[in-house]
Design a protein around this ligand. Structure first.
Ligand code: AHR
Length: 505
């Protein structure tokens, strides 16, 4: 070890189970915004584009991430979107003013193209309906178009567009951030609650097998949080399966210790939403449990200023193109840990977004696709974080930062994959100067040995990747070892780690 270390302890036991992890917690999001669709997943002139115009280099990176579900088409954009504009012969599709991001939407990609893309990416679609400018009618028609087998106006229209079989989209969002003043068609809690309930009722009549997400607050700083949740759930509790949470963090003041602690805010946010759901459950004497869909989460602040300079009414300008730093990747790792520790209630989560727009994958128009720093914790957690989340009993030294007290330096999550006989520990070391030497009691994992310790570390908190230079990438020289039945986890200062143990046969 290069630097002095501090000690921490952890007990991990097969019996301390939180829940089976729903793979959809590793979901993502593609909005018609900036270069996410046009120049991101779709660029017919690109050398790697297939016959549908989908970039294969992007698809390869998406497949690497093993993303199980992708939310679409927005986001703020959905609140003024006419889905009918995006189906049928491409030549007939109208160009529209897209009000949320003040661009021109060409509608060359719509519902069917996105379903095709999702198939190619081995992922499911999570579809949002417009409850801003529209409502029950447009939502039930879109659902009929997508999921009804045939013999009706909208399902036959789908067939006439070349899609004989229904898309069978299972998860549907009842609008987006409807509490936000920036939202076209913003609603009060009462207005939204009633509209979401009636929309859900009609949608369930069309297809009872769907799952529905009701809108929670746009973030935990909204003045109406959490009364928005309580008031809207009064209406939607019985018809919705999930309530949405959205949260983005930034390091505007350049205070790294405080920034790394922001996953504690996410922790509070999740706990408050769970409490609010359970309060409504009690109030309604309901037997049903409301689950959480954290369907927008990430770091977002780097591009705020440059976005103010973008000319309005252009096609696919470079909006929200945050270039992520090394410290951003650590917070992303901790946000994933936080959600895994709540896997009994957080069943869906979408990293926002997937390509070019606050994204792990970036592209150059006509050029390369490349991995941002945040790609790595997302990749490893998605690929290896499958199974049962275990509840680690952690004893770690702590620090205080500007906004948080008692921040543990050690921030872990633990996953047990019974089928593969694998135990995986994800851990962020928030200590900026010292390594953490963690004494990990893995008493119920006899016969297991360390097969891999991946470390993401960097001397420079602000290090970034570019299309030509990968400055932030993991190495596999982590130093964890087993000593007399105990695992000693050596987590370098200011790092994100994955330690994988497997049973020896
Ligand atoms: O992801 C970017 C935007 O953030 C989404 O359109 C909106 O839902 C949120 O405010």
């Amino acid at each position: 070890m290069a630097t002095e270390s501090v000690k921490a302890k952890m007990v991990v036991d097969k019996e301390f189970q939180i829940s089976e992890i729903d793979p959809r917690v590793y979901g993502s999001f593609i909005e018609h915004l900036g270069r996410a669709v046009y120049g991101g997943i779709y660029e017919p002139e690109h050398p790697t584009a297939d016959q549908h115009g989908f970039r294969q280099d992007v698809l390869d990176l998406v497949k690497e991430l093993q993303v199980p579900i992708v939310r679409y088409p927005g986001g703020n954009m959905v609140s003024a979107y006419n889905w009918e504009d995006g189906v049928g012969p491409k030549g007939d599709r109208p160009k529209r003013l897209e009000l949320a991001w003040r661009v021109i939407e060409t509608n060359q990609v719509g519902t069917n193209e996105f379903v095709d893309w999702a198939k190619a990416a081995n992922t499911d679609v999570m579809m949002a309906v417009n409850l801003g400018t529209r409502g029950v009618d447009a939502a039930r028609n879109l659902l009929e178009y997508c999921n009804h087998p045939g013999g009706t106006y909208w399902s036959d229209l789908r067939k006439s567009h070349g899609y004989e079989n229904p898309h069978n989209i299972k998860v549907w969002c009842l609008g987006n951030e409807m509490d936000g003043p920036w939202q076209v068609g913003q609603k009060t809690a009462q207005e939204y609650g009633r509209l979401a309930y009636e929309t859900a009722k009609a949608m369930r009549l069309v297809d009872p097998s769907i799952e529905l997400v009701t809108c929670g607050s746009s973030n935990s700083n909204m003045p109406t949080f959490p009364s928005w949740e309580a008031e809207t759930l009064e209406h939607t509790y019985d018809v919705a399966d999930y309530i949405s949470l959205h949260q983005y963090y930034g390091n505007r003041s350049g205070d790294t210790a405080n920034f790394l602690a922001k996953s504690m805010d996410m922790e509070n946010f999740i706990q408050t939403v769970i409490s609010t759901c359970d309060y409504i459950k009690a109030k309604k004497r309901s037997k049903k449990k409301m689950y959480l869909s954290f369907d927008e989460w990430n770091v977002w602040f780097h591009s705020n200023q440059q976005d103010k300079e973008i000319e309005p009414w252009t096609v696919a300008p470079p909006q929200l193109e945050d270039v992520y730093t090394f410290e951003d990747a650590l917070l992303v790792g901790s946000m994933l840990n936080t959600m895994l520790r709540h896997s009994d209630r957080v069943k869906i989560a979408c990293m926002a977004q997937l390509v070019n727009v606050i994204a792990p994958i970036m592209t150059e128009n006509g050029g390369a696709a490349w991995k941002q720093t945040i790609f790595y914790p997302y990749f490893y957690t998605s690929v290896f974080g499958r199974g049962v989340a275990l509840n680690p009993v952690v004893s770690s030294p702590k620090y205080d930062s500007k906004d948080f007290t008692d921040v543990p330096y050690l921030d872990p999550s633990v996953v047990y994959n019974e089928e593969k006989e694998e135990l995986v520990i994800f851990a962020t070391n928030r200590h900026l100067e010292k390594d953490l030497e963690v004494d990990i009691d893995v008493r119920s994992f006899e016969g297991y040995s360390v097969i891999e310790h991946v470390v993401l570390e960097n001397e420079n908190a602000k290090a970034i990747n570019t299309a030509t230079e990968e400055n932030v990438k993991p190495h596999t020289n982590g130093e964890s070892y087993l000593d007399d039945g105990k695992l000693v986890g050596i987590f370098p200062k200011f790092s994100w780690n994955m330690v994988r143990l497997q049973k020896k046969n």
